[in-house]
Design a protein around this ligand. Structure first.
Ligand SMILES: [Zn+2]
Length: 98
């Protein structure tokens, strides 16, 4: 006698559940980076706190797109501030711009 009770699984219909749309570049990874000690705002951009000595005001300065420097302006006199991030990154979170 030949046994014919072999179970055949139905076609997997859940294989399409995880697809990525071409052209979409949303990066939703939120893994905490242990190398990063800088805080991040709601948009995930890192920033530092800077005291602008020129006007004695404090403001946040956000990291640039390339994450190579923190770039901002004095909120009062618009003095340009550019703090380059070193190869190992900076552990400092607060600066004073003169
Ligand atoms: Zn200023």
């Amino acid at each position: 006698m030949q046994r014919r009770c072999e179970w055949r699984s139905p076609p997997d219909s859940t294989a399409m559940a995880h697809t990525s749309m071409p052209g979409e570049n949303l990066d939703l990874t939120s893994d905490p980076d242990p190398r990063s000690s800088s805080p991040a705002d709601d948009a995930g951009r890192r920033y530092i706190g800077v005291t602008f000595a020129c006007c004695d005001v404090y403001a946040r300065v956000y990291i640039n797109r390339e994450e190579s420097a923190y770039v901002g302006n004095c909120p009062k006199c618009a003095k340009r501030l550019n703090i380059r991030i070193g190869p190992g990154g900076t552990e400092q979170r607060f600066f004073t711009a003169y």
